[in-house]
Design a protein around this ligand. Structure first.
Ligand code: GUN
Length: 284
């Protein structure tokens, strides 16, 4: 029977620590860290994510601005707004919620955000530095997963077999890189991988980020594996669920993260943490 690892509890500790730091800054009359979140259009999942980020900022007393733009906002207008925030000395972090409407080139937008305010860690400058193992803003979900693995005390990743399912720029590719830097032997699998279960069954650590409700069952898992579920899906009853069949896999894994209360809250905690780090850099 797996131990269920509640990212929500680890995230609460991180946020409590940040709140204390912000309380100190406030008591000293200092300017506070300031995050700008930009949402274009009204994708319901994105609306819910940005509201979550806004609430988290408010809960720790971080300055935050939620900019909601019409679906038909032009790329030029969005880039101009980003430039304005790039040059605003009161703004520490800029996050443009993805996905963007089809008429906007996502890469152009990610390039436009100043790397020093790129608290999502999506700018090629930060991605490149991550690949080189240099200090940078790490993408929030992979950073949150590494923090969860660090909290599972007995785990030394060195020499372990880690398998990642999914190859997105947001999760799959960067988490594979971070696991590699921790000296795991890493395999990335994806929709075109043949005999995927033969590979996942070798995994000491399995990271699942595919976006298919309860797709990964017990027969994908090596007994005693650590299983991290990054999926956020709605099942046929509109109930929130992960990519992993939680009830089946908890019987066979050693540690398992739930959905909700697993990796999602860690992503938000890491966003706050990156914004605080950016503030420290900007006020040096
Ligand atoms: N869309 C889904 N996840 C993320 C994220 O971590 N950051 C941004 N900006 N958009 C997302």
């Amino acid at each position: 029977m797996a131990e269920i690892v509640y990212g929500s509890e680890i995230a609460a500790n991180i946020k409590a620590d940040l709140k204390q730091r912000l309380d100190h800054l406030k008591a000293e009359g200092k300017r506070l860290p300031h995050l700008v979140v930009i949402l274009v259009g009204n994708n319901p999942a994105s609306m819910s994510y940005v509201r979550g980020k806004e609430k988290a900022c408010e809960a720790i007393g971080m300055e935050n601005e939620l900019v909601m733009l019409e679906e038909n906002t032009s790329q030029k207008e969005l880039l101009a707004l980003i430039q304005q925030y790039n040059h605003d000395p009161m703004v520490d972090g800029i996050l443009v919620q993805l996905p963007l409407p089809k008429h906007i080139d996502e890469n152009e937008v990610l390039y436009a955000i100043s790397p020093s305010k790129d608290v999502d860690g999506f700018h090629p400058y930060n991605i490149g530095r991550m690949m080189m193992g240099q200090p940078c803003y790490l993408p929030c979900t992979p950073k949150g997963i590494m923090a969860v693995l660090a909290r599972i005390g007995e785990v030394d990743l060195s020499g372990k077999r880690a398998v990642v399912i999914g190859r997105s720029n947001i999760v799959g590719k960067p988490i594979a890189q971070l696991l590699l830097q921790a000296n795991a032997t890493v395999t990335i699998t994806h929709s075109k991988t043949k005999e995927i279960q033969a590979i996942t069954k070798e995994a000491d650590i399995l990271i699942v980020a595919i976006g298919k409700p309860r797709y990964v069952g017990a027969d994908w898992i090596k007994p005693g594996a650590i299983v991290i579920d990054v999926g956020v899906n709605r099942d046929e009853n509109n109930k929130l669920c992960g990519d992993v069949d939680f009830e089946a896999v908890k019987e066979i894994a050693s540690y398992l993260t739930p959905v909700p209360k697993g990796i999602g809250p860690m992503t938000i905690a890491m966003l706050l943490s990156n914004t605080y780090d950016a503030y420290i850099e900007h006020t040096r």
